[in-house]
Design a protein around this ligand. Structure first.
Ligand code: COA
Length: 290
């Protein structure tokens, strides 16, 4: 999983270094196409498929990262303390190759899966990463870490993040084999909850959005907020499989208006996912309820 085949090497990356693209570049080009906010596909289809993010996707993500609706809520890869010598583009490539996490710490590319949602025109609407293990706080058994979910600033609030979340969490909880052949039973994540993420300023969105968003899947606060080395403050979150199963029918229903095809897909795939896990995992089978 997490193959980097499609991503150019760091030494080739000079073209996108510097990151001079302004926050609104390219953000209006899709808005006149009807339904261009609808997800037509989410990649990878399977946990072992290659990394779906190609270089133009990383360039687009660099533009998204500067947008006021995104900027205060994600780690700024170019400010990683580990590699201050590298350009912005090179730091982005390192991250989207799976070589560093969003705190700049080294990770094994084999421990990551990157996800990408596209519309009918093949244009990227959202991307994110799952770390299966290999960082200190996910060394617990069968715990995955969900990181850096970004929806195109042009299309936020259209249930794209929700549809991505359901797909990614289904893969984490039912389909991956990262833990000695078994999927994860718990997911962790974190959100920024400080002044920079407070939503003050034109185009900014407050961190209560992310809290509502995570709670819709059944996430709960995992302890108190934490002050980080870089001066920022985060709130850790966790989600267990049983909380996800309780929340899933309602969150899937919320796709009805803007992502009806994803709703149908999410509803039709779930019984099979549950049945497969039941056949495979005795602990799940023991607690299984319909
Ligand atoms: C957070 C993010 C991933 C959500 O994706 P999205 O496609 O915009 O959100 P959805 O349309 O799926 O909304 C899901 C829920 O989130 C909450 N939400 C979304 N936008 C919101 C806003 N502007 N204000 C308050 N709540 C909001 C709501 O509870 C919403 O449910 P509802 O539509 O039933 O009210 C997206 O806005 C984003 O990329 N933000 C910037 C990056 C970021 O913050 N990443 C961290 C994510 S934890």
């Amino acid at each position: 999983m997490g193959s980097t085949k499609e991503i150019h090497s760091i030494s080739e990356s000079k073209l996108i270094s510097g990151g001079s693209a302004g926050p609104t570049k390219d953000l209006s080009r899709n808005s006149e196409l009807p339904g261009s906010y609808r997800i037509s596909d989410i990649l990878p289809h399977g946990p072992d498929d290659p990394n779906p993010l190609i270089r133009p996707n990383i360039e687009t993500t660099m533009v998204w990262a500067d947008h006021p609706s995104v900027a205060g809520h994600i780690y700024h890869l170019e400010s990683t303390p580990r590699r201050p010598d590298l350009s912005r583009g090179d730091n982005f490539l390192l991250y989207y190759n799976g070589a560093i996490n969003d705190q700049g710490r080294e990770t094994d590319p084999g421990d990551s899966t990157f996800f990408k949602a596209v519309n009918k025109q093949g244009e990227m609407l959202s991307n994110c990463r799952v770390l299966w293990k290999g960082v200190e706080f996910v060394k617990r058994p069968r715990t995955a870490y969900w990181e850096r979910l970004i929806v195109s600033p042009e299309f936020q609030g259209r249930q794209i993040g929700t549809a991505m979340g359901i797909y990614v969490l289904d893969l984490i909880f039912y389909r991956s084999e990262a833990y000695n052949g078994f999927p994860a039973t718990e997911v962790r994540g974190s959100t920024y909850v400080d002044k920079l993420a407070s939503g003050v300023g034109e185009g900014h969105v407050g961190f209560d959005r992310n809290e509502l968003f995570l709670r819709s899947f059944g996430f709960e606060k995992d302890g108190n907020t934490m002050d980080m080395e870089d001066g920022r403050t985060i709130q850790p979150w966790k989600l267990t499989l049983s909380k996800y199963e309780a929340a899933r029918p309602t969150v899937v229903k919320s796709l009805e208006e803007d992502q009806p095809e994803r709703k149908e897909h999410s509803e039709s795939t779930w019984p099979g996912f549950r049945e497969n896990l039941r056949a495979k995992d005795p602990t799940y089978a023991k607690n299984f309820t319909t």
